[in-house]
Design a protein around this ligand. Sequence first.
Ligand SMILES: Nc1ncnc2c1ncn2[C@@H]1O[C@H](COP(=O)(O)OP(=O)(O)OP(=O)(O)O)[C@@H](O)[C@H]1O
Ligand SMILES: [Mg+2]
Length: 229
Amino acid sequence: MEEEVAMSAVRLCKSYDEGSSTLEVLSGIDLDISQGSTVAIMGSSGSGKSSLLQLLAGLALPTSGKVMFGGQDLAKMRDSELSMLRNQEVGFVYQFHHLLPEFTAAENVAMPAMIGGASYKESLHLASSLLGQVDLEARSNHLPSQLSGGERQRVAVARALINNPRCVFADEPTGNLDVKNALIVSDLLTTFSEKSGITVVVATHDPVVASHMSLCYEISERRLRLLAK
Ligand SMILES: Nc1ncnc2c1ncn2[C@@H]1O[C@H](COP(=O)(O)OP(=O)(O)OP(=O)(O)O)[C@@H](O)[C@H]1O
Ligand SMILES: [Mg+2]
């Protein structure tokens, strides 16, 4: 059976306007990512990993070229469709957990479900089930400030998954963690991918995290190349 393409980049270019000059970050990137695959994007600091993730996730627009997501050209989608896509089809995990400090772990996880229209009760029910899956049921009612760094990142993973997305984008999700917690978080991402067929795209400096993904790319001199396993 032919693999379903989750998203594609076609001749993708990104430049940033710097007043009198232009900084070209990505130049002619072509990439197909299969549904359910796990992909690492590596490259030195400033090489364009976060820029590429933002383009693939529809959070930024390319200078030229296009991103097809689930067969749709992101640039041709209306704002309301893009918002729906960000809420329903994709999940995000960042280096800094971005949890809301005044809400409990469970409420933070529940937030995207409530934004998507689910009731408070239903959302919290789903959130506690997910917190169980990331081994944090006992910490559900704690505030982010009462959790360790590794626990906060697991909450962030649960939050990214609550709307049952097709794809999770993670930008340096283990950048703030020690080796043990980095492995726990990358294992969670790959386990959810295997279990639910979620596509995972991770920007990372960490070769160990990258080695857990099925494919590994490197951005160098504005281009993307596949690294041999
Ligand atoms: N909004 C912006 N405006 C101008 N320049 C930007 C903007 N965002 C990123 N850049 C520049 O584009 C280049 C690529 O940045 P990007 O954040 O994509 O790199 P990265 O590979 O994620 O780096 P890191 O590993 O440090 O996170 C950098 O030189 C950065 O300074
Ligand atoms: Mg980055």
